[in-house]
Design a protein around this ligand. Structure first.
Ligand code: RP5
Length: 187
């Protein structure tokens, strides 16, 4: 069971609990590396004071990275980036009813001087952007933690060997059988 840690290094914040399933992947990546983290709901529009307070006190509380997700009118990641000097990683929540995804667009148009690393769009069924936000936070933490860097490199090596094994198998298989087996293993 994933619970908020006591001394989190990474804060995962979102505008609404309706964003939570779509950002859960960020926490999964952090769990993989045993990084203490917290999930918090801080809305730029509904709780602007709490959002500002969270961002302003984040460094003092020991946070090193903030992952911020928003879907609708997505001011949260950008506003948080303007209230803290910590690195902020933005995720646009794909499930937003906004077909033009203003959330994603607004993250790409930050004014000069206020950087916001933008990971992309994430949803519960396509969580790559959220998972990568978690991994990017691990990479940032690993710049000052050689042991973590070593574990991260081992993870990358696992990815590499996994692909090589698949390539060998595919190279020795009937392609339709390979696809059928692939689908069966996902069920
Ligand atoms: C955004 O509005 C939130 O981040 C969420 O993606 C969206 C809708 O929020 P709810 O109406 O579901 O609370 O600010």
């Amino acid at each position: 069971m994933a619970r908020n840690a006591e001394n989190p290094l990474v804060g995962i914040i979102m505008g609404s609990d309706s964003d939570l399933p779509h950002v859960r992947g960020a926490g999964r990546s952090l769990e993989r590396f045993d990084i203490a983290h917290e999930y918090r709901i801080k809305s730029a529009h509904r709780t602007p004071e709490e959002m500002g307070e969270y961002a302003r006190t984040a460094r003092r509380r020991g946070l090193k990275v903030i992952i911020a997700a928003a879907g609708g009118s997505a001011h949260l990641p950008g506003m948080v980036a303007s209230e803290t000097s910590l690195p902020v990683l933005g995720i646009a929540v794909e499930s937003s009813p906004d077909p033009l995804s203003a959330a994603f667009g607004s993250m790409l148009r930050m004014p000069s001087g206020i950087p916001l690393a933008t990971m992309g769009k994430s949803s519960e069924s396509s969580p790559a952007a959220a998972e990568n936000a978690g991994l990017e936070a691990v990479r940032i933490l690993a710049t000052s933690d050689p042991e973590l860097a070593e574990r991260y490199e081992a993870y990358m090596e696992d990815l590499r060997t996994g692909v090589i094994e698949k390539d060998n198998k595919l190279n020795n298989s009937d392609v339709d059988e390979y696809i059928a087996q692939m689908r069966a293993s996902k069920k």
